[in-house]
Design a protein around this ligand. Structure first.
Ligand code: FAD
Length: 365
């Protein structure tokens, strides 16, 4: 993973602030990283990917998240799209699409709708038979990478169940509309996607058939949760480094900030958060790599803990830097905005807590 992380470091350089201000990562930068397999690095080598383990991809994701949460969001979405195709797609779909996603083609995953956020069972996007092919109608909102994507994995109703369809963004009837001025991860290409009478071949349905919504949602979201959790570890590492450097270099009241006990407590809390979040991410990734049955809950736990600690930790880092970190574009100011959004996605704090409570009741009552 360290070679892939070096490619990310070179691609980001000192440009994260500019990308955040302009709300854009240059498309050629994304395509170049994609061509090197970095954007979905867990794809097996037989499909042209780097074949990283979840643990190694996690460290790559954290290294990316420490530099730029917008680019890390692209890794998460592309990785989710690729994993969903790998897990639910036919052999032909894997061969056709995974090679493309490991060679510069960009993809996102589309669940959310205006009336279906936390409650995906309210999805109204409809996939229907249309002669020998399919037709897709609906509207998806806040789709990460949507503004850059060549392909979207779109989830919708199909008969009495659900399905995931592969929708090329240049298909007639697809209209992509950028989300204006997102609070954070501003260059992640969030977009609303209008799907009006989009006609697709029959083999655009992953696995060729309808599936239970719970199965397809858990498949995609478990990857997303592990990835977001590692991204939050990256945010915590960057906040810890910024806070420690500042505390060791500025004096107030005749002493370095780092020698004031209340400032030291902030550094201690950031250290605990970064270390504990890392351990939970490692646990989830080891469960992924060993295919153990506790993976789904380990992913929820890691995501919930890492996201809440990243949001708290970014706030703590702004506290330590005070005015020095209170400018738009400063790494801790950016982290403060980016981290808050991690508490909303791939299962909000509240939805994660509901799942953890269900787990506790099943295990202990
Ligand atoms: P709501 O569901 O309306 O929830 C509002 C509040 O009520 C939240 O605090 C929620 O936790 C709480 N709440 C809701 N239901 C319950 C309940 N039963 N019990 C307790 N509390 C509850 N979607 C995609 O499909 N693909 C993407 O790539 C994608 N990227 C995103 C990136 C960003 C930065 C953001 C902000 C969103 C993205 N989304 C994406 C959408 C995201 O998945 C939804 O925002 C999320 O599921 C929450 O839905 P909502 O915003 O409609 O909030």
């Amino acid at each position: 993973w360290s070679e892939a992380a070096a490619l990310v470091a070179a691609a980001v350089g000192d440009r994260a602030e500019t990308w955040d201000r302009t709300g854009r990562i240059p498309l050629e930068t994304l395509r170049e990283l994609g061509t090197k397999g970095v954007l979905c690095a867990q794809i097996p080598q037989e499909y042209g990917g780097l074949g990283l383990s979840s643990l190694d991809n996690g460290e790559l994701t954290a290294a990316t998240g420490a530099r730029c949460s917008s680019l890390r969001s692209v890794l998460t979405s592309q990785g989710m799209a690729a994993w969903t195709i790998l897990r639910l797609g036919s052999a032909a779909q894997r061969r056709a699409h995974l090679a493309a996603l490991s060679s510069g083609s960009l993809a996102g995953v589309a669940f959310s709708e205006p009336e279906a956020g936390s409650d995906l069972s309210a999805m109204s996007t409809r996939i229907s038979e249309d002669g020998t092919g399919l037709r897709v109608d609906g509207r998806k909102v806040w789709i990460t990478v949507g503004a850059y994507a060549d392909l979207l994995v779109v989830f919708g109703r199909f008969g009495d169940e659900a399905a995931a369809v592969l929708v090329p963004t240049d298909a007639p009837g697809v209209r992509i509309e950028r989300v204006a001025d997102p609070l954070g991860c501003r260059a992640a290409g969030h977009a609303d996607v209008h799907l009006d009478g989009v006609r697709l071949p029959r083999d655009a349905v992953l696995g060729g058939a309808a599936m239970p919504l719970g199965l397809i949602a858990t498949t995609a979201l478990t990857y997303g949760r592990v990835s977001v959790a590692w991204g939050c570890v990256g945010i915590l590492r960057s906040c810890l480094a910024e806070a420690a450097r500042h505390a060791a270099s500025r004096a107030q009241g005749g002493a370095m900030l780092a020698s004031h006990q209340l400032v030291r407590r902030h550094l201690a809390e950031l250290t605990v958060a970064e270390q504990a979040a890392t351990r939970l991410c490692e646990h989830a990734s080891r469960a992924w790599d060993a295919r153990t049955s506790d993976l789904v809950m380990a992913a929820v736990l890691a995501k919930h803990f890492a996201a809440t600690r990243a949001a708290e930790g970014a706030s703590t880092a702004v506290q330590v830097l005070a005015s020095a970190g209170s400018r738009d574009g400063h790494p801790v100011a950016r982290a403060y905005r980016d981290a808050k959004l991690m508490e909303l996605i791939e299962g909000s704090n509240e939805m994660s807590q509901l799942m953890l409570a269900d787990h506790a009741l099943a295990a202990w009552s």
